[in-house]
Design a protein. Sequence first.
Length: 194
Amino acid sequence: MADVDRETVARLKRGDDDAYIRVVRALKDPVFRFALRLCRDRDTAEDITQQTFLAVWESIRSFEGRSRFTTWVFGIAYRQYLTVRRWDMQSPDTVPLQEWHQDDDALDPGSAVVDADQRDRLRRAVYVLPDPYREVVCLVYLQELTCRETAEVLSVPIGTVKSRMSCALRLLRERLRGSEVVHNDEREAENTKA
């Protein structure tokens, strides 16, 4: 994913409407896909995307350039998601899997047929990951942020990102091998009930 150039950011900081339009055009789809993968609801993802770009416009002067501009924008999108999640927790069982965005256009027809089952299994496995793990997988693998940038977006230490990624990959490997995995928190809850 390409970052927005410094000149566009500088113009945006000066209140240039054309720069804002460029930013929205460049980042609207990646932010929407990120929000959709987090909240699993198309309408909510659209709301998060709109709120994100409104917040970008309103708070652009606070962007100091210590991170990539896109990292800063994804941080805003993530905080918008957390706000929505506090108000309305979504159930993972209610989301149709076809709402997971995929770039099938980029695949040739032969590989699309061969890989369709694997992509579907992976998509399902990612969808059922606990939120902290799914968030890290989406940012690192789907939005192509570094672990350091992911830590900035999530406001957690880089070690936490690496730990969550390790757990997420372990859970995905186990699930894709066909074994049902119960998350540690769920195991502990079951043990306390017994």
